[in-house]
Design a protein around this ligand. Sequence first.
Ligand code: SF4
Length: 68
Amino acid sequence: MNETVNKYEVPKKEGSVWPDDICPAYTPRKDAIPSLKNCWYCRYADFHLKEERVLEVGICKWPKKVME
Ligand code: SF4
């Protein structure tokens, strides 16, 4: 899952994000692994984690939290 790694200067805000991407607004969700900081573990990312099929490319919902 690390074919694309982007460091954004600002949140993607409704844009596509790959699991390994990150931006300065990164805020870990409750079950995030502390050593891994990326969009996958970000509260603002929507990867459909609560649904049957997770998305390979998520949507950044910043400033709206998707996960706690
Ligand atoms: S999902 Fe989080 S880390 Fe990724 S671009 Fe959006 S705010 Fe930044």
